[in-house]
Design a protein around this ligand. Structure first.
Ligand code: SF4
Ligand code: SF4
Length: 383
């Protein structure tokens, strides 16, 4: 039986967040159940790109600060580490990330260490079903335990970006698109995400769903949506399953949960604590346009390729917004983007619809465009 707790938190007022986070962790045994005195605790927020907290792209600093307090009360020594999307993974990029996300301010107030070193290590993945070795931030090895702090967001590739996806952030910047390139199939990609979870082994996940993200998440294409929730669980699969229920999605339809089922993590019995699911449920929560994870296309290779292209939107940089910064081209795992003129251009033949470009673009300039067949099916409400 996996426990998941849901607590109401109506704002990012520091006192309210502290109480909500403590209430979410209390029924799980409190922070002392996960952090022993003297333990070095890696706090892993979602810091995808440098963005202000009100854009709902990154874990809110008030949630991170509340967890720092709880870890210290339990006698642990917290530090913060994450790696953003590809080209930002350097000291300058990390400094911008910490500054914009509000964590520099948290570090100033609390004295917590922000780990900006881009050093990486290769580690074996015991029990890994797809990967035998994994690239991770070197600071992961210094931790006795990891506490994962995801943001509740939609995701154009995996449909949700939450507890099961957050540990992937510890894979260093430009190594991430490498995994996308090697694992273009959504089921394989999700198997890899779960190998990362099994390797990183977060002992506890505390999710920021106060201001969540709906629509074309997880980055500048998504829209903030106030849900007023903090969720927590030691079991990231159970936590994401509850998130699915909150946003009106059947977890069984997602590639993430098919992958979890293949390794015996799903289905699980869930004991809910706190706010009942029917009260936490969000009405008319907007899902991402692409939803590849919910709609894998199977069959012969050419059929699968044709249908994937017909049913999933292709990335199209908007000339009116693109500043030709080149971040998307550096992130693209298939070298499918050229920035030779005033705006980026995507070679659709090479594109594998991973949406890394959509995720990384600081200008929200990468639009998603369906084929005529896709538009027709959407108009008819068939997808
Ligand atoms: S689409 Fe976005 S990331 Fe790519 S070059 Fe233009 S502004 Fe930069
Ligand atoms: S163009 Fe965008 S969606 Fe296509 S492979 Fe490159 S990063 Fe992925």
């Amino acid at each position: 039986m996996s426990k998941v707790s849901i607590v109401r938190c109506g704002s990012y007022d520091p006192g309210e967040v502290r109480r909500a986070v403590a209430s979410a962790v209390a029924p799980l045994g409190g922070m002392r159940a996960f952090v022993r005195p003297g333990a070095r605790v890696l706090l892993k927020p979602n810091l995808l790109i440098p963005a202000a907290p009100e854009r709902a792209i990154t874990t809110h600093p008030a949630v991170v600060e509340a967890v720092i307090g709880l870890v210290r009360e339990a006698g642990g020594e917290p530090f913060i580490a994450d790696s953003p999307g590809g080209p930002l993974h350097n000291r300058l990029g990390m400094a911008a990330l910490f500054r914009h996300s509000g964590l520099s301010e948290v570090a100033r107030r609390t004295g917590v260490r922000l780990r900006a070193e881009p050093d990486s290590i290769q580690v074996p993945t015991p029990g890994g079903q797809l990967l035998k070795r994994l690239d991770l931030l070197a600071s992961w090895r210094e931790a006795d335990v990891v506490v994962s702090l995801p943001k509740l967001k939609t995701h154009n590739l995996t449909l949700i970006s939450g507890a099961l996806k957050n540990p992937f952030g510890l894979v260093p910047g430009l190594a991430k698109p490498g995994y996308h390139a090697k694992l273009a199939d959504i089921d394989q990609f999700c198997d890899m995400l779960l190998d990362v979870v099994a390797c990183v082994r977060p002992v506890l996940t505390i999710m920021d769903g106060v201001l969540a993200m709906e629509g074309d998440g997880p980055s500048t294409g998504g829209l903030p949506r106030a849900l007023g929730l903090i969720l927590a669980s030691p079991d990231p699969t159970a936590l994401d399953a509850v998130v699915c229920r909150v946003i009106g999605v059947d977890p069984g339809g997602l590639a993430l949960f098919r992958a979890a089922e293949r390794r015996g993590w799903w289905p699980v019995d869930i004991a809910l604590e706190g706010v009942p699911l029917e009260e936490a449920a969000a009405r008319n929560f907007r899902l991402p346009a692409a939803r590849r994870a919910a709609r894998p296309v199977r069959g012969k290779r050419w059929v699968s390729r044709f249908m994937t292209r017909a049913l999933t939107p292709r990335p199209v940089p908007r000339r009116d917004r693109c500043t030709a910064c080149g971040d998307c081209a550096r992130m693209c795992p298939r070298d499918a983007i050229a920035v030779a003129g005033p705006a980026a251009v995507v070679d659709d033949e090479r594109c594998i619809r991973c949406y890394c470009c959509h995720e990384i673009c600081p200008e929200a300039a990468v639009g998603l465009r369906f084929s005529p067949l896709g538009r027709l099916l959407r108009l008819a409400g068939l997808m």
